[in-house]
Design a protein around this ligand. Structure first.
Ligand code: SAM
Length: 404
């Protein structure tokens, strides 16, 4: 599919093509992730889409699924798509719980109309395709050729509600809450596996008066030709019990190879996930400590206070590294625990710390370097900037040449 999208991150961050071109060759594209909380992750810039690398066909997991038509190397960009239909939370709240006698059905139809169907005419192939794609999704209107023509308004709303319930993707956007859900043409066909092979990343941007949603799907590991490409709908490190509870809420009994592969395997994987979760939690606390120290420098700028702060940051950095190493050492292929975006994000942040484990001054120097790029940690988190990536590359080279 040709890339239909504008690269919003560049607009937001002010980075120009040539800035990015300059920074890009020196960096692993994965390092171009912003240093942000997951909800604020913007698209990874300048990573080419692997064209025609998948097909949709019947899946042993459920209904249709996405399958690799070639060997796909880890981290490849598999899909890059604009949502066919985005429903903001305030609309969702009006629509659900679905009450056939209430206003919900009318509102679902109205929202669908205003977002997609009304904009469709014979000259607007993209939107026509979007309408057809939404109607074709799992659980909606199987066997019905033209739902708008053939169905009553209530049945139309019922079908659309089923489609939203089964196929919508969302991001925990603000304060851990889902602020919208979005339906995609191909990414909504990705089945779940507790041993995911890909990760989905969603973000929103303004397109004139409309708020649009985009997604990128990336290979979380090398995927072999013919293999099904799967996401993990649950959170990273969730054990079987938690995954089952979450999935059953969505009426899913998982048929993935881990869940059907024998009890012992599941138990071993759960144990590893528990340990990794503990390390992850510890890391979050240290990450917060480090952020706080960076954001709130000591009021007294005495040498002693500055040294104490540096020491504190270095200790938090080392603790983060320890937890990361703990997770790294436990992670097995059958624990494709998901959210590798978040993972790499954190790794990006810790990269400078990684270099410095044996040298606290370097840790501090690298933090200072990071700081020089933004006035506060939050600001630093705000977006992918070419300046940031170029600086990070410089930092890497400097530290490498100093033999850290
Ligand atoms: C977003 S759809 C995935 C695509 C869907 N298979 C199709 O035919 O379009 C999500 C639905 O697929 C099914 N599904 C996905 N992963 C599954 C799995 N591992 N085991 C069983 N059912 C699964 C569930 O019914 C779920 O509600």
């Amino acid at each position: 599919m040709a890339d239909p999208l504008t690269n919003d991150s560049r607009d937001k961050t002010g980075a120009t093509d040539s800035d990015i071109a300059k920074a890009y060759p020196t960096m692993d594209p994965y390092r171009l992730l912003t240093l942000s909380r997951p909800a604020q992750i913007l698209p990874i810039v300048e990573m080419p889409l692997l064209e025609d690398c998948y097909e949709i066909r019947d899946s042993p997991l459920h209904g249709k699924g996405i399958f690799a038509t070639m060997d796909i190397p880890a981290k490849s960009l598999i899909m890059y798509e604009r949502a066919a239909w985005t429903i903001p939370k305030k609309w969702l709240l009006k629509m659900y719980p679905f009450d056939p006698d209430g206003k919900g059905p009318h509102l679902i139809n109205q929202h669908f109309d205003s977002c997609v169907a009304n904009m469709t005419d014979d000259n607007d192939e993209v939107n026509k395709a979007a309408v057809e794609a939404v109607f074709a999704l799992d659980g909606g209107f199987e066997g019905i050729e033209d739902p708008i023509d053939e169905l009553s308004k209530l049945d139309l709303a019922r079908g659309l509600a089923r489609i939203v319930a089964k196929n919508a993707k969302s991001h925990y956007f603000k304060n851990g809450e889902r602020n919208w859900v979005a339906i995609f043409q191909d990414p909504s066909r990705l089945n779940h596996s507790c041993m995911l092979s890909a990760e989905m990343h969603l973000w929103q941007f303004k397109d004139g008066p409309r708020t649009d949603t985009c997604t990128q799907v990336r290979a979380a590991r090398d995927i072999k030709k013919g293999e099904e490409i799967t996401l993990q709908y649950t959170r990273p490190f969730d054990t079987t019990e938690i995954r089952e509870a979450y999935l059953s809420f969505h009426d899913i009994v998982c048929a993935c190879t881990l869940c059907t592969g024998g009890k012992n395997r599941v138990i071993r994987s759960d144990k590893r996930r528990e340990k990794m979760q503990q390390a992850w939690d510890a890391m979050q606390i240290d990450f917060t400590r480090l952020s706080a120290a960076i954001e709130r420098p000591p009021l007294l700028k005495t040498q002693k206070a500055m040294l104490e702060r540096e020491q504190y940051m270095a200790e938090a950095g080392e603790a983060i590294m320890k937890s990361m190493n703990e997770i790294d050492s436990r992670l097995k292929p059958e624990d494709q625990v998901g959210n590798f975006m978040m993972w790499h994000l954190l790794q990006t942040f810790c990269e400078a710390l990684r270099f410095g484990t044996r040298d606290k001054q370097l840790i501090v120097a690298s933090i200072e370097r990071f700081l020089a790029l933004g006035e506060s940690f939050k600001e630093l988190h705000a977006g992918v900037t070419a300046a940031y990536t170029a600086q990070l590359a410089l930092l890497q080279r400097k530290i490498a040449s100093e033999g850290a």
